[in-house]
Design a protein around this ligand. Structure first.
Ligand SMILES: [Zn+2]
Ligand SMILES: [Zn+2]
Length: 270
């Protein structure tokens, strides 16, 4: 179906009844935010890169009150936070929201090589910044977000980032796997985070038999639930000492069928 679009920067698709994937297809990260509606209210899971008005897009899709849940605080997921008043995030990354992101951080990400379409009018790589925002609610592992007729369970899944969360809609067999699990290159930023990440993936993998659809925050969407146990097994192999398949400077990479893992100590996080 066609959904109304407040801005050509975004591409909107109804992934499941009451669930919209809001993608930013002209940037190679292909980041996705999700609008998830219940009967009484809706949440926007992440607010994208901040180059266009994601609030207008979300408000065109539902009349329900909308609050933000951030999957984590990497810049490509918090760009539109400043347009909202209610923002929830895991406490491990709440302080990161208050920093926003400077033009020095963002400028390289918006070089022409990363773009396949125009930035919105008035937005340039030279001026883009992400304003600070502030958490109004801190999320705990196991917490339930009640949207009225739809319950979302918070799963703390550190490893890609310390406060990363996934959201489980158990009744509908939906997992919003955020940056914890997607097709393509998965990123971990420190050696110590690898076993932590392996445990997070094992938790998501255990859910796979009960899932109908996995909606990640980058690249192809949806992905098959069967990818989750394969990712968990792959990262477990790395933790057990499988040597890297390739190295580029300080970055080590491991390739698998349908995904890869890059260990990027001190790398630019996204
Ligand atoms: Zn991301
Ligand atoms: Zn990220």
């Amino acid at each position: 179906m066609h959904a109304p679009q407040a801005d050509a920067w975004f591409s909107v698709r109804e992934a499941d009844p009451g669930v919209w994937t809001i993608e930013e297809p002209f940037h190679e990260e292909r980041v996705k935010s999700s609008l998830i509606a219940g009967r009484d209210r809706a949440i926007l899971l992440d607010t994208g890169m901040g180059v266009a008005d994601i609030r207008a897009v979300a408000e065109a899709l539902t009349d329900l009150p909308i609050s933000v849940v951030n999957s984590h605080a990497h810049w490509d997921h918090i760009g539109g936070n400043h347009r909202f008043t209610e923002i929830a995030i895991h406490p491990a990354e709440a302080a990161d929201l208050e920093a926003g992101a400077s033009n020095a951080v963002l400028r390289p990400w918006f070089a022409p090589a990363h773009l396949s379409g125009p930035l919105p009018d008035g937005v340039t790589a030279e001026t883009i910044v992400i304003p600070p925002s502030r958490a109004t609610h801190l999320l705990a592992d196991g917490e339930t977000i009640d949207l009225g007729g739809r319950m979302l369970e918070v799963i703390h899944g550190p490893g890609h980032s310390p406060g990363g969360i996934a959201l489980l809609d158990r009744a509908n067999g939906l997992l919003f796997s955020t940056d914890i699990a997607y097709a393509g290159a998965l990123y971990v930023y420190a050696d110590d985070d690898l076993p932590v990440y392996a445990r997070s993936l094992a938790r998501l993998a255990a859910l796979a038999p009960a899932l109908r659809m996995v909606l990640p925050s980058h690249n192809a969407s949806p992905i098959a639930p069967a990818m989750l146990p394969r990712m968990a097994a792959g990262v477990d192999e790395i933790v057990r000492g499988r040597p890297a398949d390739w190295r580029r400077g300080s970055v080590s990479g491991w390739g698998f069928d349908g995904f890869s893992l890059e260990l990027k100590p001190g790398g630019d996080e996204a």
